[in-house]
Write a protein that binds this ligand. Sequence first.
Ligand SMILES: [Zn+2]
Ligand SMILES: [Zn+2]
Length: 359
Amino acid sequence: MRDIYRFAIPIILPLLFVGCTSKKWYKGNTHVHTILCGHADTSPEAVTAWYHERGYNFLCLSEHNQFIDPATVKMPADLRDDFILIPSEEVTGGDQAHSTALNIDGVVDPRLVQPSGASKTQVIQAHVHGAEQQHGHSILNHPNFHYRNSAEDIRPVEGLHMFELYNGHPAVNNFGDHEHDSVEEMWDDLLTDGMLIYGVSSDDAHKFQEIGLEHSNPGRGWVMVQADLLTPDSISEAMYRGNFYATSGVMLSEASVEDRQISVTVDEAGTERELSSPFVMGHTIADGKNGYTIQFIGPEGRVLEAVNGTKATFSVSSDYDYVRAKITYTRKAGQEFENFYAWMQPVFTDGRVHFVIQE
Ligand SMILES: [Zn+2]
Ligand SMILES: [Zn+2]
């Protein structure tokens, strides 16, 4: 009998490994408002229905300093079995910092929202603790809204591993201005300085009744999360470990990292479908060239390699503490051009992941 096992094991083991790679991609938005905050225009039920109708898999109803218990939200009558709400809140510390408390058990302790006399770093730190107390994770939101959170404010915060790299609200200055860095430049500063921080893309939508680029509409920024299961815990933990990419319209059919090799393939049909939506918001640039570019970016935001096309791979050597892939789609828009992006999470070679997040 033993001989049978000896021959069977080499056959069974590879099958087990194949069976382990059962992760799926889930589309979701981590940041949206409802009529409950007093300055948005649609009920939690109707906001939920908007995302459900458009094929999203998860949504966070992230109200300002209010916890919307998903159990109290009437779900669509034709509810798909691949759609969930993740209990969340936008912890809103006035003009100092806002953050999404993701997958929480209840409202974050109000004393941690904006502790008096605290610096911006201390406020963000308090938000992280507040989310942790409710068994959730923090995403620092829109750091460039009024340019209120700089890399210097963010870097010392402990336990913060996600921030909004892209936010669909027209007032948040994702791309900076002549005086201020873009959020992506800030990201490279933080990564270069050794921080373990992943980039999220979200809507922060308030307006569902009037559509236009001047309104904070939905459907502009989302994440694609690779997880074992579609449950609040599984999605939240996958994001906390960086198993997702952020997008403002570009979809990927392959976004993988194996043995430090990053492989990217654009899902052209999926991207075309997304960009035919009236809700997406391009990043206007004066000059460009139609098509896809895949860039591999390392410390200090240096472009290590750029490929014009829809498929690329890059082997990350220990010469770089991190490398990340950015995929840009450019199309003509009137006299100008507009860009849409997908941002993969960095691959680290300096051990910071194991140091910070225990398996
Ligand atoms: Zn906010
Ligand atoms: Zn918000």
